[in-house]
Design a protein around this ligand. Sequence first.
Ligand SMILES: Nc1ncnc2c1ncn2[C@@H]1O[C@H](COP(=O)(O)OP(=O)(O)OP(=O)(O)O)[C@@H](O)[C@H]1O
Ligand SMILES: [Mg+2]
Length: 266
Amino acid sequence: MPAPALPAPPADAPAPNPVVVAVRDVWKSFGAKTALAGVSLEVRRGEVQVIMGPSGCGKSVLLKHLVALLRPDRGEIWVFDRPVHALPDGELDALRIRMGVVFQSAALFDSMSVGDNVAFPLRRHRRLAPETVARRVAELLAMVEMDGTEALLPAALSGGMRKRVGIARALALDPALILYDEPTSGLDPLTARTVDDLILRLRRDLGVTSVVVTHSVDSAFRLADRLAVMEAGRLLASGTPAEIVASGHPFIKQFLDTRAIEVKRT
Ligand SMILES: Nc1ncnc2c1ncn2[C@@H]1O[C@H](COP(=O)(O)OP(=O)(O)OP(=O)(O)O)[C@@H](O)[C@H]1O
Ligand SMILES: [Mg+2]
């Protein structure tokens, strides 16, 4: 039996923003462990897409597929209309330049100063005069409220400062898409809020598309235009925060309740 036709959108409805990231039925296993079991997701330009779910549900694995740090066993990943799942390694650089990645651990180079960490992508991918690099680094650090910290070593920074330097480095090449893996984990609620505010400011001022992985229900609801909830490698639900709350799925309800209690306690 053919599927029933979807109702046509009203003629005067604004056209939706173009799709920047499309994940189609992606499967990934590590040995006997299935980390992703048929995940599909679309992210539109200028949106903050939050992916939440408990530890080990596959959030980081999903994010790593978007930059081809991991390759799917099955399924497709399209970013800026390029087939990431099928691109040979040699063609990935050109795509990765358009994406900023803030890793779960901040992943700064510990032996390099803050300034050199932020300058790293500029020196690698752009031919710029040293003064231009220095000016751009200062601008990026100011954007994350870390002005004047160029000479510090990462060891001298707090967790929140490290995250912010990681974000400055991810912004260096003016990416149109930024992926954040747990940008606020391990931060106190006030610092977490400044990082959330920064993510929202980048969306508002630069129009970037953001994918944010988080455990924090608090951050998720502050940030999300759209929210996806994962459990055990599967996407349970995806929609606006209001739609997710209204979905009433028992797992989602339980996850939101437990986390809300934890948020109150901190
Ligand atoms: N490189 C790998 N080799 C083997 N197993 C892996 C690898 N990467 C992830 N896994 C497994 O895949 C599952 C999903 O891992 P993932 O890192 O995506 O979890 P997560 O949702 O990001 O959790 P957390 O919130 O703790 O960061 C876990 O069971 C993990 O042990
Ligand atoms: Mg993770």
